[in-house]
Structure formats: C-alpha cells, structure tokens
Design a protein around this ligand. Structure first.
Ligand SMILES: Cc1ncc(COP(=O)(O)O)c(C=O)c1O
Length: 449
C-alpha cells in the first residue's frame, strides 16, 4: 500500500503551462479608467517586461529559466500522498490524494511564484519590491525570494492578520523584509482609509493599493502580486503538472480536483493542467472552494472591477464582490479578497469550473479531522478545499462510488494555531455575508462601455 508518490528532481517541470491556449474564447483584456484596453506601458510602471509578456501571452508553454528551477529544487517536486487514514476514518470507497505544497520553506505554494517574480525583477535591474499579504504566507514567500535573490522587500500586511499572526511577521523579518500593518500612514491610500474607517481590520484590497502606490512612485521599486494575475496562475501550474505525473505513478486519474480559492492561484496551479485534459475531452470536474463569508465566485458578479480598494489598478474582468468590499476578519486571511483571478473567473462563467462556498466551522472541523488522520495541520485556507473533498468522499460513502479525489494542500497551519485555539474554545462563528451588503458594494462597480 503506497502512501507517498515522489518524483525525482529530474522530473521537475521545464515549462509553465498557460491555460489561455486552451480557453474557449480569448480572455477579456484589462481596461483603463476610460474603458479602453490598457497599453502595456501602463503596466511597466510596476512590473518588469518579462512578466508583462507572460501576462498577455497566449503561448501554451513558457520556459522556466534554469536558475529558477535550481531554487525550486530546494523543495520541489513536492509529494503527492494518498490519504489512506482519512479515507478509513470517513468509511469511504473514494480514493483521496493530496498534493503537499506545505513543504516549501515558507509553508505554502506561494514561493512557486515569488521566486520567478523576484528573479525577473532582478534581471530587469529592480532593487526593491513592495507587496501586500493577508495570511502572511505570501509576504513570507516574497521575503524569502528577496533574500535568495538579493532584493529589498517591503510588505503591507492586512491589520487583522498582523495582529492574529505575529510569528508570520517575525518570519518575514528573519528573511530580511520590512513589515507594516495596513492601512498605514505611509501612503495616500492608507491615510484616506484610516480617515474614513480608523478601526478597519484592513483588507487585501487596501493593502494592494498601498503597495501599488509606493511602487508606482519609485523607479527602483516594483510591485509583486501573490495571486489573481495571469502570470501568477502560469507559475503555479508546476503543481498540477507534477500531480498529473504522480497520479499516473499511482495508476489513478482524478474524477474531481479541489483547491481553495482566494485570488485563485493554488486552485489554478493544481487544476489548470487537468483543464488541458478536460479541454481535450477527458471527464474531470474542477472545484474551487471559497468561504461563505467572502463568496466571490458563488455570489459575486462577473464584471470589470478594480483589483484594489482605491482604484489604482487596471480594471479586470473577474468575479467580484465590489472593490470596496471589506470581508469580515475570518481566520482564513488568504481567502479575504473581493475578486478572483480573471482566468479562473472566466472558466467559472463558462461552466467549466465549479465553485462552492463552505462555512468557517465546517472548514475547521475538516482541518482537525485531516490533522488527526494524516498528521499535517492544514492552513485555514487549505481546510476549505479539504472540507469540500470530505463532503464528496462522504457522498461516495452513501452511493458506494469509488471516486478518485485530488485536493491541493496549499499550506500548513503552523502559524495559524491561534485560529485553531479559537475554534477549540467555541468562539468561532459561521458568517454568511448578507446579500444586501453585497448588492450595496456591487453598486460601486465602475461603469464600463
Ligand atoms: C495557504 C494558502 N492557501 C491559499 C491561499 C489563497 O490564495 P490563492 O487563491 O491565490 O491560492 C493563501 C493566500 O494567502 C494561502 O496562504
């Protein structure tokens, strides 16, 4: 009975996969405030040329520079594991596999893109990077990349996470980054928000505004985004490419693939390489899992909106709850984003990707069951995908179907134990964002066309 399916380093993917090549229609372009497609020069203020090229590329494969593959080898290929003990506990005939992205130095899938982003910026002569972070996983990943590649990193960390996760801040500082609780008084965006809402828990949208504003104002500084953009989705596809090979080693192919969805990158990472099979006629269901408190894919609209809270970014066609939507301070900080990746949104809109929203308590219950059977304490974000997998496995127990379920364990929860504490003490609650509040926030959507 094999538990771990391990690839040798020689099997590390040589290319990132670009799902644009297999989409049923070309992706709608980013627009400027005038409603016209943005020129690439507008992006050049904050991104290096190579990443802009990847952002708009329709090429199926993008070669991974050898120096990036060398750094990937610090933790990749990551293991694919069969969750025998979880299956037993659930009494399910389903075969459950998880791709373990928690083995990276930062503890999640995020270094898969922080390393290439830092590398391309360095190659373009950039000296500093700014970014936002929610849960702290992305901030840590960029801090790590900055340290390995010799770039200064400044992180705007959403205030509620800064307070919930002090050790994520220490970790970023250990890797040499500067960290501030957002909103700050360092930027116009931060000052404006604090004036209106001095007690705000912060949001990824506000922190992005701060990081973009600083990068746009300094020639030596660029901005790095941990999710949402096309190039980030491409970088993460090494997860699914490895998983496809490992599923073949196991002699199985997934009926359903699950990933939690904040901005969409770990979901895209595991799911897009299987979408390539789906586009070629294979029957595989791809399921993005989000919290009921921030239900971007299940209750948001597919429309043009800003990627940040104050409207500094181009307009992206995506599922959105409205750019000034501030989700409640739930314990999956990385899933508190008003939008979702345009590529994931387009596939949801086309009915090719399914979306489901799960309440907080069910996700922690799933996380604890996973920890008690498989041993790994999952990040609160990842518990969403695990909860959806458990729902499907329980369904199989009822029907007797031996489905093959593949889930992305996007990260571990070692720095999220205060959230688990609150779950154990009974002080966590479910929260369903009221429909009226969503309607109100959607009223602020920019008018396009
Ligand atoms: C462990 C983990 N999983 C998932 C996410 C959500 O991001 P994405 O949807 O881009 O994968 C985050 C974001 O911080 C995270 O830290």
């Amino acid at each position: 009975m094999t538990t771990k399916f391990l690839l040798p380093e020689s099997e590390l993917p040589t290319h990132w996969y670009n799902v644009v090549a297999d989409l049923p229609s070309p992706p709608p372009p980013p627009l400027g405030p005038d409603g016209k497609p943005v020129g690439l020069e507008a992006l050049a203020a904050i991104f290096p040329p190579a990443l802009i090229e990847q952002e708009v590329s329709a090429e199926r494969w993008i070669a991974i520079p050898e120096q990036i593959r060398e750094i990937y080898r610090l933790w990749r290929p990551t293991p694919l594991q069969r969750a025998h003990r979880l299956e037993q506990a659930l009494g399910t005939p389903a075969r459950i596999y998880y791709k373990n992205e928690s083995v990276s130095p930062a503890g999640s899938h995020k270094p898969n893109t922080s390393i290439p982003q830092a590398w391309y910026n360095k190659a373009a002569g950039i000296r500093r990077l700014t970014t936002e972070t929610g849960a702290g996983q992305w901030g840590c990943s960029l801090a790590l990349a900055g340290q390995l590649l010799g770039l200064e990193v400044r992180v705007y960390m959403v205030r509620v996470s800064y307070e919930q996760k002090p050790y994520r801040r220490s970790m970023m500082q250990t890797w040499g980054a500067e960290v501030f609780a957002s909103p700050t008084t360092l930027t116009n965006a931060g000052r404006q928000t604090l004036e209106k809402h001095p007690d705000t828990p912060g949001s990824l949208g506000i922190a992005i505004s701060e990081a973009v504003e600083e990068a746009a104002g300094r020639a030596d500084t660029n901005y790095a985004l941990g999710s949402v953009l096309n190039h980030v989705m491409h970088h993460q596809t090494i997860i699914g490419q490895e998983a496809r090979k490992q599923m073949a080693m196991a002699g199985d192919y997934p009926d359903m693939v699950f990933g939690c969805c904040g901005g969409g990158s770990n979901f895209a990472g595991i799911a897009f390489p299987f979408f390539a099979d789906k586009a070629a006629g294979k029957a595989v269901r791809l399921v993005a899992v989000e919290p009921t408190s921030c239900p971007t894919l299940t209750k948001g609209v597919y429309a043009y909106d800003y990627g940040d809270a104050t409207g500094l970014t181009p307009l992206l066609k995506m599922h959105t709850l409205g750019h000034d939507f501030v989700p409640p301070g739930i314990h999956a900080g990385g899933l508190r984003y008003h939008g979702a990746a345009p590529l994931v949104s387009q596939l949801v809109d086309a009915g090719l990707v399914e979306a489901v929203a799960i309440p907080q308590l069910e996700t922690f219950e799933a996380g604890v069951q996973f920890a008690r059977t498989e041993g790994i304490v999952p990040a609160p974000e990842s518990t969403h995908a695990i909860a959806a997998t458990i729902r499907a496995a329980k369904e199989c127990a009822k029907t007797g179907e031996p489905k093959v379920l593949l889930v992305n364990l996007s990260g571990h929860g070692h720095f999220d134990m205060s959230s688990y504490d609150r779950y154990f003490s009974g002080s966590l609650q479910n929260y369903e964002y009221p429909d009226e509040a969503i309607t109100e926030s959607l009223r602020q959507l920019p008018k396009v066309g």
